[in-house]
Design a protein around this ligand. Structure first.
Ligand SMILES: O=C(CO)[C@H](O)[C@H](O)COP(=O)(O)O
Ligand SMILES: [Co+2]
Length: 228
């Protein structure tokens, strides 16, 4: 499992979006939170801003769609330049068809689970996905406290990925910081979204490097490989 860091632009200064996108040089992805004030009680940005971001940075865009009816909107985010598009399991009407459409359009397809949504009902669907996102806060806002209750689900997801011999990535998003990243890495996550921990730092690029080092130095899968 290679560690990847995906800083969330949600915690950046929106009046300087292009500059902020370039301030995390060295990050693997730039995480873009799309919220529609229906699926979550917050409203952020849409495909035109994703298109502008894709022109502002060479870092690939990791679009996290917290919207209703992703079946209708996801393809537009691939066309806007997203390298990865994540839809929520709770919102998708036809997740298999949607994942196939995202892949056919040339992006990585990912599915997200809110903290109370179990992974088990989706076991047979995992081969259709390039990444599963386990939310470690309730989606909707940056800067929330990490929910430890999500750790067992991260472990179970990693076990399912191993059981099926899949190459898919396991992302965590919400409250990931120097205080919590080791718990996530131990549980089996390999892609780490961090908003306030990166953009709240004096040097965002240095914060990305520090988080990466911490995750890489955590014994990979220490919390799941031995069956705990
Ligand atoms: O999807 C999200 C919120 O719904 C954000 O990606 C997440 O909250 C990142 O911010 P922070 O690291 O500050 O929690
Ligand atoms: Co997000």
């Amino acid at each position: 499992m290679a560690v990847q860091i995906s800083p969330s632009i949600l915690s950046a200064d929106f009046s300087r979006l292009a500059e902020e996108a370039r301030a995390v040089e060295g990050a693997d992805w730039l995480h873009v939170d799309v919220m529609d004030n229906h699926f979550v009680p917050n409203l952020t940005l849409g495909a035109p801003v994703v298109e502008a971001l894709s022109r502002a940075t060479d870092t690939p865009l990791d679009c996290h769609l917290m919207i209703e009816d992703p079946d209708r909107w996801a393809a537009g985010f691939v066309e806007a330049g997203a390298g990865s598009v994540t839809f929520h399991a709770e919102a998708a009407a036809a997740p298999v068809r949607l994942a196939r459409e995202i892949r056919a359009k040339g992006a990585r397809a990912a599915m997200a689970l809110k903290p109370a949504t179990p992974v088990e009902p989706y076991e047979d669907l995992l081969p259709e996905l390039d990444m599963l996102l386990v939310m470690t806060v309730e989606p909707g806002f940056g800067g929330q406290a990490f929910l430890d209750i999500t750790l067992p689900k991260i472990r179970r997801t990693r076990e399912l990925i191993a059981k099926h011999g899949l190459e898919m990535w396991l992302q965590v998003d919400g409250g990931v910081s120097a205080d919590t990243i080791e718990r996530c890495a131990e549980a089996g996550a390999d892609v780490f979204v961090a908003g306030s921990a990166v953009y709240g730092a004096d040097d965002p690029a240095a914060a990305v490097r520090a988080l990466r080092r911490q995750a890489e130095e955590t014994p990979a899968g220490a919390g799941w490989a031995c069956g705990h």
